[in-house]
Write a protein that binds this ligand. Structure first.
Ligand SMILES: *Cc1c(COP(=O)(O)O)cnc(C)c1O
Length: 399
C-alpha cells in the first residue's frame, strides 16, 4: 500500500522547500508600491543580499528565473560579437554558453564532461592563446546542479591571473548561494548570478545579478544592454519602479525579507554552510554504504569536488527511474531526475537520480529522504549494501 499521504517533501534541487514563515509573510494583502513600508523594506534587502554573497559590490533584482539571470548578466556585459570562454562541467555551464550564443556572443566552450571539474591547465592554455585579448570574460558554474560537481572558483580566478589575461570572471551561483561557501570579493569574481528558488528558499520568480566596479566599467561599453535588463536603474534608481523596471514583485520581496533574516540574522551564514556540509556528508555516507554492495555510486567520486546542496547518484539503468517513481508513489518524497547526463530518449538517462539537500532542510528531512530511498531499494530488490542509514545517522551524531 502507498504510505505517501502526509506532508510531501520535494527533495529536488530547485524549487526548494519554502519555509512556512516565508509563505506566511507572502500571504498578505497587496502592499502599496508608491508609498509606505514596502519602500523602506526593499531598501533593507540590498545590503543583506550583498552580505550573503560576501561582496561590497552591487546587486540588481529581476523578476525571472535562473535563465533570466543568465540573459540579464550577459546583456549587461557584452556587445554582439564579443567572445567569452566557458569551462563547462555539466548542462548548466553549457546552458549559459547557449544563452550567450543566442544573444550573438561567441562562446568558446571547454567541455570537461559530466563527472568532474575543470582542467585549469586547459583554461590557462586557452587564455594564453588569446594574445589580443578578444575573450572578454570567463563564464563558470560554481555548482553544476546536473552533475553535482562544485568547482573551485578561487582556483579559476588564480588561473586567469596566472595567464596574465584581463578577462573578467562571471559565476553562476544559482545552486550554491546560501548553501555552499561563496566569497565573491575574496575570490575575485566580477559578476555573479543567483535565483530565489534554491538557497534563498522562495518560490521561483526572482533572480539576482551581482557586479563589481570592473564589471560596471565594461557594462558602460556593452551594446547588448536593453532598457529592461539594464542594471543601472535597478541599482541606482531612487524609485521602486526604477529598481524593477515596472511593478515590483511585491510578495516575493516580502518573502525574501524573511528568508534573509533566517539566513543572516538567525542561523548565520557560517552555520548555514556548515549545516549543508553535514547533511551532504550524511547523504554521501549512505550512498557509499549502498554502493558497497551493489549498483549505486556517487557521480562525483572526489568528495572535495562535491556540492553540499545536491548529490547526483548513478545506478544501472533503468533502476534510478524505477527507484524515483517508487519513492514518490510510496513515501511522499520526490527525488530529482537525471538532468543532462544522457539524452532523455537514451536508456542511460534512467541511470541517474539526484537528492537535494538544499535550503530549508534539516536532519529529519535528509534522514527521512534517505530512509525512503532505502525502502525503495528493498522493495524493488535493487542490490545494495547495508548500513546506509546507520552511516548517515553517525555523521549527524558526530557533527
Ligand atoms: C537551477 C539552475 C539554473 C536554471 O534556473 P531556472 O530557474 O530553471 O531557469 C541555472 N544554473 C544553475 C547552476 C542552476 O542550478
Amino acid at each position: 500500500m502507498s504510505l505517501k499521504f502526509g506532508r510531501s517533501y520535494l527533495a529536488i534541487p530547485g524549487p526548494s522547500v519554502v519555509p512556512d514563515r516565508v509563505l506566511n509573510a507572502m500571504h498578505s494583502a497587496s502592499p502599496n508600491i508608491y508609498d509606505g513600508p514596502l519602500i523602506d523594506m526593499v531598501d533593507t534587502l540590498y545590503p543583506d543580499l550583498t552580505a550573503v554573497a560576501r561582496t561590497a559590490g552591487e546587486v540588481a533584482i529581476y523578476i525571472g528565473n535562473g535563465h533570466a539571470a543568465w540573459e540579464a548578466s550577459l546583456s549587461n556585459m557584452f556587445s554582439r560579437g564579443d567572445q567569452v570562454l566557458v569551462p563547462a562541467t555539466g548542462s548548466f555551464g553549457l546552458g549559459w554558453a547557449q544563452a550567450a550564443e543566442g544573444l550573438g556572443i561567441q562562446a568558446q566552450v571547454l567541455d570537461f564532461g559530466k563527472q568532474g571539474t575543470f582542467d585549469l591547465a586547459q583554461v590557462e592554455a586557452a587564455l594564453r592563446k588569446d594574445k589580443t585579448h578578444k575573450i572578454k570574460a570567463v563564464l563558470a558554474t560554481h555548482t553544476d546542479t546536473a552533475t553535482s560537481v562544485r568547482n573551485d572558483i578561487k582556483a579559476l580566478r588564480d588561473c586567469i591571473d596566472a595567464s596574465r589575461h584581463p578577462a573578467l570572471l562571471m559565476v553562476d551561483c544559482i545552486a550554491s548561494l546560501g548553501c555552499d561557501r561563496f566569497e565573491m570579493d575574496a575570490w575575485g569574481v566580477d559578476v555573479m548570478i543567483a535565483a530565489c528558488q534554491k538557497g534563498f528558499m522562495l518560490p521561483p520568480g526572482m533572480c539576482f545579478v551581482y557586479f563589481n566596479e570592473k564589471a560596471d566599467t565594461q557594462h558602460a561599453q556593452a551594446d547588448l544592454v536593453t532598457p529592461y535588463w539594464n542594471w543601472t536603474p535597478r541599482t541606482k534608481g531612487a524609485e521602486l519602479f526604477q529598481k524593477f523596471c515596472g511593478t515590483a514583485p511585491t510578495h516575493h520581496l516580502l518573502g525574501l525579507r524573511v528568508s534573509l533574516d533566517m539566513l543572516l540574522h538567525e542561523e548565520g551564514l557560517e552555520n548555514v554552510w556548515a549545516r549543508h556540509g553535514i547533511l551532504a556528508q550524511a547523504v554521501w555516507a549512505a550512498v557509499d554504504a549502498w554502493g558497497a554492495g551493489g549498483a549505486v555510486a556517487m557521480n562525483i567520486a572526489d568528495s572535495s569536488l562535491r556540492s553540499t546542496a545536491v548529490t547526483t547518484v548513478r545506478m544501472d539503468p533503468p533502476m534510478a527511474t524505477n527507484l524515483r517513481a517508487w519513492v514518490e508513489d510510496n513515501t511522499g518524497v520526490t527525488l530529482g531526475i537525471s538532468l543532462g547526463m544522457a539524452d532523455a530518449d537514451d536508456p542511460a538517462w534512467h541511470g541517474y537520480f539526484r537528492i537535494a539537500h538544499m535550503g530549508h532542510v534539516n536532519t529529519h528531512m535528509t534522514l527521512g529522504a534517505l530512509g525512503a530511498i532505502e525502502a525503495g531499494l528493498q522493495a524493488l530488490d535493487i542490490p545494495h549494501g547495508s548500513g546506509a542509514l546507520a552511516a548517515a545517522a553517525k555523521v549527524v551524531s558526530q557533527a
